[in-house]
Design a binder for this molecule. Sequence first.
Ligand code: ADP
Ligand code: MG
Ligand code: MG
Length: 258
Amino acid sequence: MATLKVTDLHVSVTDEEAKTSKEILKGVNLTMNTGETHAIMGPNGTGKSTLSETIMGNPHYQVTQGNIMLDGVSLLGKTVDARARAGLFLAMQYPAEIKGITNMEFMRAAVNATRPADDPISVRAFLKELDKNLEVLNMSDDMAERYLNEGFSGGEKKRNEILQLMMIKPKFAILDEIDSGLDIDALQVVAKGVNQMQSPDFGVLMITHYQRLLNYIHPDQVHVMMGGRIVKTGDATLATELEAKGYAGLRDELGLDV
Ligand code: ADP
Ligand code: MG
Ligand code: MG
C-alpha cells in the first residue's frame, strides 16, 4: 500500500504583472491510500486545480507552508518528472497540445520513465497493451499515431488522458474535471477505463463539480473544498446531499464566509 499525504498545505501564486502574491490554498489536509477512490467537489475558483497542480509539482505554484508526502518522503522541491517517476499522474483540466511528438511516442517514453533504464518495455508488449486499452476506451487506432492532443476534440482529449493513465499505471492519479465537456456516452467510457484501473495498488482523486461522475466511479470519500480549504469530508452520500442543498446551503450550514 502507498500513501499520499497532504498536510496543512498553503499555496500562493504570483501575479507577474501586478508583482503581487495571492494565497490560494489555506491549509489543506488530505490523506489517500492506494485502493481508495476520493473525490473533491467545490465551486469554481476555490483552488481545486491549484491543489492538483501543486501535488504534481507545477513550479508556478509556491508552497509557503505544509507538506506533500508520498510514503513518508516529501515531494517538495521535486520536479514534475521526478514525481511522475515516483508514481503520480495528473490528468489535466486543459491538456496541452504538443507538436512534433505522437501520442504513442509520448506514452512509451512515459511508461519507460517509470521503469529501470536498462529494462524498457518491448515494442511488442507496449503495442499489445495499447491495443487492449484503445478497445476499452472505444478509441480508433490512429489516435495513437496522431500528435499529442493536436486537433483532438474536447472529448478525445479526455479519453486520451485516460488512455495515458491506463498505459502508465501510476500509484496515484488525479483527474481534474475529467467529466467536463463529456456527453453521457463518453463519460461512461471514461468511467469504464478508470474503474478497470481499480486495484489495491492504485488510488484515484477525482475533481468534479457534479455528482453525475460519481454515479459511475464510486468514491470512498468525498471532500468539499471552499475558500482554499477542505471544509467537509464524508462518504458518497455527501455528494448527493450537496447536489440537493448546493454549495450555498453547505456554506450556511457550516457558517462559512467564503
Ligand atoms: P478551481 O480549480 O477550484 O476552479 P483554481 O485552482 O483554478 O480553482 O483557481 C483558484 C484561484 O487561483 C482563482 O482565483 C484563480 O484565479 C487563481 N489562480 C489559479 N491559477 C493561477 C495562476 N496560474 N495565476 C494566477 N492566479 C491563479
Ligand atoms: Mg494553516
Ligand atoms: Mg479547476
